[in-house]
Design a protein around this ligand. Structure first.
Ligand code: SF4
Ligand code: SF4
Length: 180
């Protein structure tokens, strides 16, 4: 195989001093020094989160304080990295919410697996799982990064409910129409 020797142009004294690069670098520094800043001094300064932001998935309650999840497990099925683990449970007879079909006995989301895709929120028929504007969840161990049911409700809080489906069902039952 033929070898072609590439001749290198010798550097001038000016070039060997690296002054053009230093001056070029300083020019960029001074140009940007007087522009408005685009970075934040995190964590003292926090970014403004746009509406629809997909942060940490959480479980939410309805305005009656009732858990909205009916443990259908659709979110568990659809979650691409299998981050959700649900143990379905029954609503106790003596509970105020016994007219609701089911509830989760346990509900875990492994945040080391979650990819924040939002499929769980999209698929949920009860609007019970919401990706909130939380973006800085951290922990010291793997176990801490698995959010259990209690933590999911603490993070989720209460969201407005435009339908009150279960209230309407209870009302229908009281009025003698259990198939409402
Ligand atoms: S956001 Fe996506 S990855 Fe995370 S729990 Fe929901 S479905 Fe799973
Ligand atoms: S969060 Fe929604 S989709 Fe998931 S089990 Fe509960 S009701 Fe079903």
């Amino acid at each position: 195989m033929a070898t072609k020797v590439v001749e290198r142009k010798p550097l001038s004294i000016w070039e060997r001093s690296y002054l053009p690069q230093v001056v070029g670098g300083l020019k960029i520094t001074f140009k940007n020094m007087f522009k408005p800043t685009v970075t934040l001094e995190y964590p003292e300064e926090r970014p403004e989160i746009p509406p629809g932001y997909r942060g940490v998935p959480t479980l939410v309650r309805d305005p009656n304080g009732r858990e909205k999840c009916v443990s259908c497990q659709l979110c568990e099925f659809v979650c691409p990295p299998k981050a959700i683990r649900i143990t379905p449970g029954e609503i106790p007879e003596e509970s105020e919410s016994r007219h609701v079909e089911k509830g989760p006995k346990e509900f875990e989301i492994n945040m080391l697996r979650c990819i924040y895709c939002g499929f769980c929120q999209e698929v949920c028929p009860e609007e019970a799982i919401w990706l909130q504007d939380i973006y800085s969840l951290s922990g010291y161990s793997r176990e801490e990064m698995v959010n259990n049911k209690q933590k999911l409700y603490e993070l989720g809080g209460t969201l407005p409910d435009p339908y009150y489906k279960w209230d309407r069902k209870k009302q229908a039952e009281l009025e003698g129409n259990p198939h409402h």
